[in-house]
Design a protein around this ligand. Structure first.
Ligand code: HEM
Length: 522
């Protein structure tokens, strides 16, 4: 996924290094008439780019001043910041062939190689065609059970915390929940990270932290030949990557044996009931087991599907804690649709308000907040011609919070989309809402991720009330691959009791004593 914080690394690759922690001067410039061509507005002034600070905040301020496309210049290097839905649509969809992933591919190379997210050109085309069919309807339906089981494990954990009167840090729990889900979903591996801390879980986090570090680090030390081999941090990363790769090799081998033993009849909606994973589909469809490409793609999906969904849940629960009315309405829907059952695929169309809550959370906290591209040929963006080799950041954050496109853009209002209307997406919102990107490189896991977050949210709010813990650190943003909190999301979780049924005609005092606590999510 595209990372705003990569600005830092992008700059360091070309500009004088070390300048970036502290005050960053944006080159002064004016909107100039350049012969007949209009020059792109240049942002002027300065803004702070302190290490770890969320970069998209100053970009939002600049957007309000300079508009839907402007240039930010640092020394010899510049970036185009796009916050206009029409231009975003042009880059992502109408003329997508003129753009590559640029800086993103360079930064993620160490972990994703030529996996589907960073890959460009022919490699991307071939792999997209191989992978998309794996996420067919029947697969996604099977995943609903997996989402339910994993969320149930989290419920049990929260139950223990709530009876012990302990507050919980939800961000890390959501990260573990979605790691458990994506491991099973992609290569049938149970990280079981909600229950235990083992070496492999730690290895995944070492690699993730490294990816984030690289995207915000002013100096690409990992590119310095000797440093690369001697630095303890790099050695740790190399070791972690090796551990994950060894496990991947084992999983691929195990899966290959299963596929060989099947009486295989491969068809469009092929799925192995015992192992519905994407890996199983790919091997059954004839993917080359020995290829580095297969490993790169598995690793890419592991990372793409893990942090994003975790961030969506984190910010959803943060938003819910601030809007008790939305929470009450949400719980009412979940109580009436699910009762005490596990969710099924049929419930996904019935949990309408829950879906709107997720839609709205993704509007306010898009993951990642910025998409990265590089022009590989000359093009025209709005009224401005651009050259080949321009690094472009499409700020989804800006588009999603634009006062031009949204009424009350800053407020968390799931009602903004009619409950019985179509689910909002980039097509029906004309690219003013694009939580999963758009065009040929749109997220392949959009439905998967929506259902995953709907199931987890529904199962958690059915059983518990969530409030910010007393004395919890205030929730601030920082950027990694996705938007993180700076100090976690510390919440007090309490068991809900079955809401009293209020007879509509009789206005009697309701006896609470007789109500039974929900025993389980079942
Ligand atoms: C691409 C968002 C979950 C796999 C993308 C893109 C976005 C996105 C915005 C476009 C990136 C760009 O154009 O530069 C999200 C969000 C998720 C999520 C918000 C969770 C709520 C997942 C899951 C998977 C996944 C669960 C895997 C099962 C991918 C892949 C791509 C992608 C492979 C690259 C597609 C391509 O370039 O052809 N995602 N994603 N994502 N996503 Fe997701």
């Amino acid at each position: 996924s595209g990372f705003v914080s990569m600005l830092g690394t992008g700059l360091s690759k070309i500009g004088p290094v070390g300048k970036f922690l502290g005050e960053l001067l944006v080159k002064l410039g004016d909107m100039v008439e350049d012969g007949e061509r209009m020059a792109i507005p240049q942002a002027k002034g300065s803004f702070k780019a302190v290490g770890g600070q969320a970069f998209f905040i100053p970009l939002y301020e600049l957007y309000l001043i300079y508009g839907g496309i402007f240039r930010l210049t640092f020394g010899p290097k510049s970036f185009l910041i796009v916050s206009d839905p029409g231009i975003a649509k042009h880059i992502l969809k109408d003329n997508y062939k003129a753009y590559s992933k640029g800086i993103l591919a360079e930064i993620l190379d160490f972990v994703m190689g030529k996996g589907l997210i960073p890959a460009d050109g022919e490699i991307w085309r071939v792999r997209r065609r191989a992978i998309v069919p794996a996420l067919h309807k029947k697969y996604v339906a099977a995943m609903i059970n997996l989402f339910g089981r994993a969320s149930f494990r989290l419920c049990e954990k929260l139950d223990r915390a709530s009876s012990d009167g302990e507050d919980v840090e939800m961000e890390s729990l959501f990260s573990r929940l979605t790691l458990d889900v994506i491991g099973k979903a992609v290569f049938n591996y149970d990280f079981d990270s909600l229950s235990l801390d083992n070496g492999i879980v730690e290895a995944v986090y070492i690699v993730l932290r490294e990816a984030e570090q690289r995207s915000t680090s002013p100096i690409p030390t990992w590119e310095i030949p000797i440093w690369k081999d001697l630095s303890p941090r790099q050695q740790k990363v190399t070791k972690a990557l090796k551990l994950i790769n060894d496990i991947l090799d084992d999983l691929i081998a195990i899966c290959k044996r299963m596929v060989d033993e099947e009486k295989l009849q491969f068809h469009e909606e092929y799925m192995n009931e015992k192992d519905p994973s994407i890996l199983h589909f790919l091997l059954a469809s004839g993917d080359d087991v020995s290829s580095k490409q297969l490993r790169d793609d598995l690793m890419t999906m592991l990372i793409a599907g893990h942090e994003t969904s975790a961030a969506v849940l984190t910010w959803t629960f943060y938003l819910l804690s601030k809007e008790p009315k939305v929470m009450a309405k949400l719980q009412e829907e979940v109580d009436s649709v699910l009762g005490d059952r596990f969710p099924t695929i049929e419930d996904m169309t019935k949990l309408k308000y829950t879906t709107r809550v997720i839609n709205e959370s993704l509007r306010l906290y898009p993951q990642p907040p910025v998409l990265i591209r590089r022009s590989i040929e000359a093009d025209q963006l709005g009224k401005y011609p651009i050259k080949r080799g321009e690094d472009i950041f499409i700020s989804v954050w800006n588009i999603h919070r634009s006062p031009v496109h949204w009424v009350d853009a800053e407020s968390f209002n799931p009602e903004r989309w009619p409950i019985d209307g179509p689910n909002p997406n980039e097509v029906n919102q004309n690219f003013s809402y694009l939580p999963f990107g758009g065009g040929p490189r749109k997220c392949v896991g959009d439905m998967f991720a929506t259902f995953e977050t709907v199931v987890a949210t529904a199962m958690l709010v059915r059983r518990f009330n969530f409030e910010m813990a007393p004395g919890a650190p205030s929730v601030e943003m920082t950027t990694g691959a996705t938007i993180h909190t700076t100090e976690g999301l510390k919440m007090t979780v309490t068991r809900r009791f079955r809401p009293p049924v209020i007879p509509s005609l009789e206005k009697k005092v309701i006896k609470i004593n007789g109500d039974q606590p929900l025993d389980s999510c079942l």
